[in-house]
Write a protein that binds this ligand. Sequence first.
Ligand SMILES: *[C@@H]1O[C@H](CO)[C@@H](O)[C@H](O)[C@H]1NC(C)=O
Length: 441
Amino acid sequence: MFPSSLVGKWTTKSAATVISATSFIVFLIFDFLEVIFCIIYRYLDEFFEGKAYRCYCGDRGELQGSVGDDRESELSETLYGRNNVFRQMRFLGFARKWENRKKAFGGGGGITVWSDCGCESCVSWMKDGGGQNLHVVVKEPSTGDPTTANENCCGDLAENVIFLHGFLSSSSFWTETVFPNLSEPVKRNYRLFAVDLLGFGRSPKPKDCFYTLTDHLEMIEKSVIKPFELKSFHLVAHSMGCTISLALAAKYSNCVKSIVLTAPPYIPSSKEGASLTALEKLAGKRLWPPLIFGSSFMSWYEHLGRCVCLLVCRNHRIWEKILKLLTWRRDLHFMIMDLTRHTHHSAWHTMHNVICGGAKFLDENLDRLMKSGVKFCVIHGDCDNVVPLECSESIKSKVPNAEINIISNADHCSVIMGREKDFTRNLEHIWASFADTELFL
Ligand SMILES: *[C@@H]1O[C@H](CO)[C@@H](O)[C@H](O)[C@H]1NC(C)=O
């Protein structure tokens, strides 16, 4: 007889071996398919668009300069640094031949790519002016008098708040949760801006853009800060929006009054390794839990991810019809609708260039904000399995005077969904303690 603890240890160990062997084989198959689909898409793109799109299957050196874009240096290392056994073996001699052909970034044809949805709502940003600005939902302070409600009553006296959503989401993430739960004094005195980030929701999704942190910042400046002449504002962000909001706040450190980070993807590491560490931590090649598997699949495999977008996003109207039939509902939840409101190009580049590539700027931005004395508040659910709770604990050790609110039994979304009222009250208290005008809530 073995002592039971030994047997237990042995089963755990063999289970771990089986799991790691399975995941090794599964990801090996994906590696292989990725190389095959790289070739298939080149043929298809040449056929439909007259030109192949640039992909990140080659080495960085090989591809560098092929675009002649000064943004090249801002591309995340994770775009090239994703190991693929088959690609490294280069056993496909003819794949190399293709690689050497001139690969263009923009492709030919119109503004949409054949593999993206061209339905009216997906291309609405191209109307009037061709997508110069982000889609922004503005809630002006109300006067309380219904005839003049939604008129800007207070002008510069109003407090401004900018809301930034996370990955595969949109302004609805805030307008459907926080906006309906605002208290009367805040409704009267605050001007709120919820943006659809570049490449998501109803905002432009240009196919000749790298979706770097700089691109996202410039669009927010152009669509919110400049046109509304904001001299001061509060920031509220969720998940990936936190990376963008920290960069925005660091750039406007004299204007930011407070910053609320909900589930911020902050992973401390050296600056050089930050992007790959972020990819490994947030989307490491793992089969379980399903959400991590999904994000690793979509962020490690450019061409396989494009297949998923082709199936799901391009046909989102059909899927929505099927879901409505199955659930007997007339309207789907806004978060389901938002999941498909992107192109593969916009989501792929934002994942790499903002979530991973932006990771190396987090420390520097936090340092700058600490110096300028901006008030930080971090909110995180303790059951979050997308962005681990350690991220907020790391912020706490980096920024000792940050206020940390850990919400028990809440995950990445239910930190807000299902507790909209509490979340909104919390925000209002934070804003009020850093506003110029005293409000009695
Ligand atoms: C708060 O928001 C939720 C979600 O939108 C909504 O169901 C609820 O009715 C709102 N509460 C109030 C008081 O408006």
